[in-house]
Design a protein around this ligand. Sequence first.
Ligand code: NAD
Length: 462
Amino acid sequence: MKAHDGMYIDGAWRPAAGPGVIEVVNPADEQVIATVPAGTVEDVDAAVRAARAALPGWAATPPAERAARLAALRDVLVARQDEIAETVTAELGSPPKLSQTVHAGVPIAVTGSYAELAATYAFEERTGNSTVLHEPVGVVGAITPWNYPLHQIVAKTAPALAAGCTVVVKPAEDTPLVARLFAEAVHEAGIPAGVFNLVTGLGPVAGQALAEHPGVDLVSFTGSTAVGRRIGAIASGMVKKVALELGGKSANVILPGADLARAVNVGVANVMSNSGQTCSAWTRMLVHHDQYDEAVELAAAAAAKYGDRIGPLVSATQRDRVRGYIARGVAEGARLAAGGPDSPHERGYYVSPTVFADVTPGMTIAQEEIFGPVLSVLRYTDEEDALRIANGTVYGLAGAVWAADETEAVAFARRMETGQVDINGGRFNPLAPFGGYKQSGVGRELGAHGLAEYLQTKSFQF
Ligand code: NAD
């Protein structure tokens, strides 16, 4: 990637308004690998003005042309896939294979899906004596986290651009480098000046300035529930639209009769992938008491196998937070079946893949999002008990059900208070709506439902 000092605003790299910088650290060896400017209110203001100025032109661009630009963007992402993967590995610490397949691969698939949706979506429809237009909401302020740094940006930018909105992104301070690479890709793809803008900076400064800017029509935020609550309050105070993708504490429910070894192994892999920094991870495994001991043994063995394949956490803060939760689990009486609070390496922000047994539903580790490679195995007595435990948190983002047959798993999944459920190991689908029930968020991302978030309706009566 080229070295840039500034912000990507109005189709060019412009010097930042202030002198502040943010150091980017490689979490695997704790070395500073780059610095990026710490954006200020002035930078955010310049970016929002550029996005506003570009809005009428982009909104009026025929969907087929918007689709063509998104297809070009996908092609640039494909051409730069190795560079994207290397950048994410450097700033997030994810293993190279995961960076290739997920951190670079998923954004390519999502951008491609919106190239197709922009070309085929019914932006106008008839109902009775009316024509309903689906028009872009306007200028989008997108605030994203570090855990899937490019995916989170693309999951907002691609549907926004498909809808005809213009965008200002404020990426997470820990992972701004892949965001800058994405801005280069947008430029290469020939997306007009001002349609996409990037301001790096700290959350409480640049992020807050973006959420509060009167020129932003929709704030789309992914991150912690604590910050999401603040953003929601700011947006509702200004009567702005808001989308919130927040935390999770998802349940992996293994019903009697399921393939226990498969359900446990896939469940452990789901939690350990990306070092547990996945909001939709199934961090609570629910097992019938008759199979409980066997499941714990299988989970501990699977976690131990993960040991040296796992990357570090993104930062020292995050590592310390996760180790604090592990200590809390022990203090509250859960039993360590694998892993523990000690770091497996001298350098880098590593945490051992950890499995807790004898976890009860009220424990902190069964209620709060840990965001690290930590699995809690809980026992249930019957299906009603399993359902009560599965639904017994403030969150409702994802989940899994395993049963002897699909019908039984689906019957259980229908009663879960959560936004998505994988049935007997169902695969990720970039077209399926993603988002939370309860305090996991407001709104949906991905596919046609994700596109609808960036549209508002106008009706003509004839
Ligand atoms: P975070 O909330 O601290 O930060 C997210 C983003 O918000 C960053 O860009 C940050 O700079 C910005 N921010 C921080 N304070 C702000 C403020 N006062 N005003 C405006 N912006 C501000 O979260 P994080 O630590 O980066 O990410 C981890 C959390 O994100 C976890 O809780 C995780 O579950 C959640 N998450 C949810 C999803 C989802 O789709 N539901 C996806 C990824 C992460």
